[in-house]
Design a protein around this ligand. Structure first.
Ligand code: F6P
Length: 493
């Protein structure tokens, strides 16, 4: 542990996030197998290069991770992490549960995605106080680890709603550091944000304002954050061109930035043409089948975590509406709905997952025929199969209630074989960049969504190809590497 600490304490770049770039499963025989995480942050950070000695601080998420921490002392590197230096924190399970499921996923996530459902949720009772104290402890554990690992004057990039208190705590402990915070979620409007218990609303904002710079995926989320600072804290907000505000509070100024994360075009194009994807395409084509005239059926594709904010059930209602109002499409189209289980420790997610299954079954029951299953719902997470569906999509359905960005909207046009029409919610962060080439919908408007699906299916091939080309160009203009390097650059003194 001594050697690891002295090497790590010189780190000049640090990233902190709840979920790290590697996770472990503990086998029955006691062996640990590592799985490297995918996603923008992982590929972005790898691009900084080993010479920076970057350290990634993350939480142990399950029994496998905890065992890996126990065996390694928490400093992981080498093969398992792709050379990345990782410091994994074994936060006591009770603290982790309360912070992650309790405050982060059940309260802050619901706030920013505007998912409160009266009259049943949320309930702030004495358990909230206990969970909030654990959220503070969890944030303090991250801040402590970062303070230990960071070299003099280092840059620290803190990620997301799990870690809103870290910048404030870390600044007290290490005033020499350059601290950035990045929100991957939307930000709630002030009236909605103020539904949080007063003290926690103040603490979240004060915590984030401990950063030199707080950044968001779109100018819209940046603006809403500054409105909360003004209204809840009485902070002074100036500027605002393209989201570049400054927030001054208690004598310190935090700059606000906007970095719309894009798709990793090079990676996706290469990955989507490997053999395993071709195999999955053949299987999917078989399942989709051919229409009455013998030509392959068209596809409407969606790929999501089974997440309340993704609006999967209304997507199915819209598809049902399409089949009801436009019988000419029956037998000629299949909805490939890939909905991968997520946050199943929370009852409301389990109920939602069940509801998705029920509605998909009901559509199949109502319209299906001997040789045609209108909805193919796949729930087993399979990246190669997702990419196969991306390549085959005639229409991509991305209709979230509210979403920080939504990378699926950016990824599908990049790998689409023959061009696809994008049906896109105006409440997705990606809307700000992609609206002009998408069929835009109000996420609650099922009829409008059904019409957009029909328009997408009927879009002529040349227009579709041209729009897809432009969408792909925009979608890849801020690849993860650029996104991360821009943030480091913006934090330079
Ligand atoms: O910012 C949202 C986020 O943290 C993303 O990284 C990811 O899309 C999702 O939530 C993952 O959630 P979880 O880590 O709870 O599975």
């Amino acid at each position: 542990a001594g050697a690891a600490t002295s090497q790590a304490a010189s780190a000049q770049v640090l990233v902190a996030s709840n979920r790290g770039p590697v996770s472990y499963t503990l086998g029955d025989d006691g062996t640990l197998s590592a799985k490297r995480g995918g996603g923008g942050l992982v590929s972005g950070l790898s691009a900084i290069g080993p010479e920076t000695d970057a350290v990634w601080v993350c939480a142990a998420l399950g029994a496998g991770d905890r065992e890996a921490v126990r065996r390694s002392g928490g400093h992981l590197d080498g093969g398992d992490t792709g050379g990345q230096s990782v410091r994994m924190l074994d936060i006591p399970p009770g603290t982790f549960e309360a912070a992650y499921h309790g405050i982060a996923n059940s309260v802050l996530w619901f706030t920013h995605h505007m998912l409160y459902q009266t009259p049943l949720e949320p309930v702030f009772d004495e358990d909230f106080g206990r969970q909030w104290a654990e959220y503070e402890a969890y944030n303090a554990a991250f801040a402590e680890a970062l303070a230990q690992e960071a070299g003099q004057g280092a840059t620290v990039l803190v990620q997301d709603y799990h870690l809103t208190l870290v910048p404030g705590i870390l600044r007290e402990r290490r005033p020499d550091l350059r601290i950035g915070h990045f929100s991957h979620t939307p930000w709630a409007p002030a009236d909605y944000f103020r539904l949080l218990p007063d003290e926690s609303a103040v603490r979240v904002l004060r915590g984030m304002l401990g950063a030199d710079r707080a950044a968001f995926l779109t100018a819209r989320w940046a603006r809403l954050f500054t409105e909360c600072c003004e209204r809840v804290l009485g902070a002074t907000v100036t500027g605002g061109e393209g989201g570049a505000y400054s927030v001054t509070y208690e004598g310190r100024t935090t700059r606000i930035g906007v970095h719309p994360l894009g798709a990793d075009g090079d990676f996706l194009r290469e990955r989507a043409h490997r053999d395993d994807v071709a195999e999955r395409m053949a299987q999917l084509r078989e399942q989709v089948g051919t229409g009455p005239d013998g030509s392959p059926r068209r596809t409407i594709v969606r790929v999501d975590r089974t997440e309340l904010s993704k609006n999967i059930v209304r997507g199915l209602y819209a598809y049902r509406r399409l089949l009801a109002d436009h019988p000419e499409w029956r037998e000629r189209v299949v909805h490939l709905a890939f909905a991968y289980p997520s946050r199943q420790d929370l009852a409301v997610y389990r109920h939602y997952t069940a509801e998705v299954g029920r509605v998909a079954d009901a559509v199949n029951e109502e319209f299906g025929t001997e040789g045609w299953t209108p909805v193919l719902l796949h729930v087993k997470d399979d990246f190669a199969r997702s990419l196969a569906a991306y390549r085959m999509a005639d229409v991509a359905l991305v209709n979230p209630i509210r979403d920080g960005m939504n990378l699926v909207a950016k990824e599908i046009p990049v790998v689409s074989d023959e061009g696809c029409a994008l049906v896109l919610s105006r409440e997705a962060g990606a809307y700000e960049e992609l609206a002009s080439d998408a069929l835009c919908v109000h996420p609650f408007d099922v009829r409008e969504t059904a019409e957009a699906l029909r328009a997408g299916l009927e879009l002529d091939a040349a227009t579709r190809a041209e729009r897809t080309r432009r969408l792909a160009e925009t979608a890849t203009s801020q690849p993860p590497t650029r996104w991360l390097l821009d943030q480091l650059e913006a934090l330079r003194p």
